[in-house]
Design a protein around this ligand. Structure first.
Ligand SMILES: NC(=O)c1ccc[n+]([C@@H]2O[C@H](COP(=O)([O-])OP(=O)(O)OC[C@H]3O[C@@H](n4cnc5c(N)ncnc54)[C@H](O)[C@@H]3O)[C@@H](O)[C@H]2O)c1
Length: 368
């Protein structure tokens, strides 16, 4: 029997997780998936309870589970505590301890939400792109790092951006494989765009060279292009539909995936998956803990609910159940239900709902 560890975390985490767990339980019954759910602590709530943002017990249970579903961590309450104990460190640690090196973020525009984006409809309608971000290396983990005092008394902050060939190869393979799968499903040629800054950073010169070598060795059937990170930021706004799969390192991926998220209008709609080499994963919404709306029943639970769909697809290979969730989400949008982040006040026939009502509406579609 497969086990899922749910980690609600901080801020809006518990609210969105409650809705996602209801949906997960419903598909578990409907499709007889045989999944068992457990819950644990991470982030600020874990620090408050145990003094650690990622308690050893949580880590052990995450290792033992087949998949992890995470809400969000962090908030102003913990911003002033020692850096190593901050909630976000718990998140970085669980990703690296579980070897979750591949972060998949889909920026897909639901046609019902075309007006929620600040970009013109003709630029984004039909958008469906995937950003594959390396998650456990690069400048976020590179050593040495710190803030030191120089001989003249001035302080200096420093970080190190490092990637080895094997790290680049494994993330490259994930991107090429996913490009092939997506192309097959859509009936068109596969393509990957690798994002680097090879004009100024040696580490990404190696990145680019390694991508070329992987493609030439194993993926002749996938078209590979390259783009500098700054140009990629511009192209995502100018003509996002030119991309299918974008692959990049940790920091560029962090920035580009948030930008891609906003193309779709709301970060509250976007799920993500972080996978290890065996396909085990942690699934979470792309957004943070939204402390400004926490506890007010305003949060959009759909990104977390769609993260459940990704989990069923990638870790448990239950495509039918995954599609049922995605269809239920699309159906509630068709019905005009909108949380405040995706509400277009100029459009008629829409109903503003809270986190709970949105989640329960998705649930009702699944069990009807
Ligand atoms: N994966 C994570 O857990 C994660 C990711 C990013 C930020 N954080 C943490 O979250 C805290 C807040 O960070 P932030 O404000 O930069 O980013 P955020 O994503 O939490 O919020 C940004 C804006 O988007 C809104 N928003 C986010 N999710 C929403 C949802 N589901 N429904 C409706 N509106 C939503 C918020 O209200 C806010 O206005 C910080 O402590 C940060 O470190 C955590």
């Amino acid at each position: 029997m497969a086990t899922i560890l749910t980690l609600a975390g901080d801020g809006i985490g518990p609210e969105i997780m409650t809705q996602a767990v209801d949906v997960l339980n419903a598909v578990n019954n409907k499709f007889e998936l045989g999944l068992t759910l457990e819950s644990g602590l991470i982030g600020g709530v874990a620090f408050d309870a145990t003094g650690e943002p990622l308690p050893e017990e949580t880590l052990e249970r995450a290792r033992a589970a087949d998949a992890v579903l995470l809400g969000a961590v962090g908030g102003p309450k913990w911003d002033a505590i020692e850096r190593s104990k901050r909630p976000e460190r718990g998140l970085l640690k669980i990703r690296s301890e579980l070897g979750l090196f591949a972060n998949l973020r889909v920026a897909k525009l639901y046609p019902q939400l075309v007006n929620a984006s600040s970009i013109k409809p003709e630029i984004i309608s039909g958008l469906d792109l995937l950003i594959v971000r390396e998650l456990t290396g690069g400048i976020y983990f590179g050593e040495p790092r710190g803030i030191r005092t120089l001989e003249n008394g001035e302080q200096q902050g420093y970080n190190t951006m490092v990637y080895s060939t094997s790290e680049i190869q494994r993330i490259g393979k994930v991107a090429f494989e996913l490009a092939k799968t997506r192309a097959q499903a859509a009936g068109r040629p596969a393509k990957v765009c690798s994002i680097d800054k090879a004009n100024v950073l040696e580490v990404t010169e190696l990145w680019k060279q390694t991508m070329i070598e992987i493609q030439q060795a194993d993926y002749n059937d996938v078209a590979l292009s390259h783009m500098y990170a700054d140009n990629a930021c511009m192209q995502l706004i100018k003509d996002p539909k030119q991309f299918d799969v974008m692959v990049t390192g940790n920091m560029f991926g962090d920035i580009l995936s948030d930008e891609a998220a906003m193309l779709t209008g709301s970060i509250g709609m976007l799920p993500s998956a972080s996978l290890d080499e065996a396909g085990k994963g942690m699934y979470e919404p792309c957004h943070g803990s939204a402390p400004d709306i926490a506890g007010q029943d305003k949060a959009n639970p759909l990104a977390t609910i769609l993260s459940v769909a990704m989990m069923l697809r990638y870790t448990f290979k239950k495509e039918e159940a995954a599609q049922a969730i995605e269809q239920a989400v699309s159906d509630v949008l068709d019905d005009g239900l909108r949380t405040i982040d995706i509400l277009d006040r100029s459009e008629t026939g829409l109903k503003q709902v809270g986190c709970q009502e949105m989640g329960q509406a998705v649930l009702a579609k699944l069990v009807q």
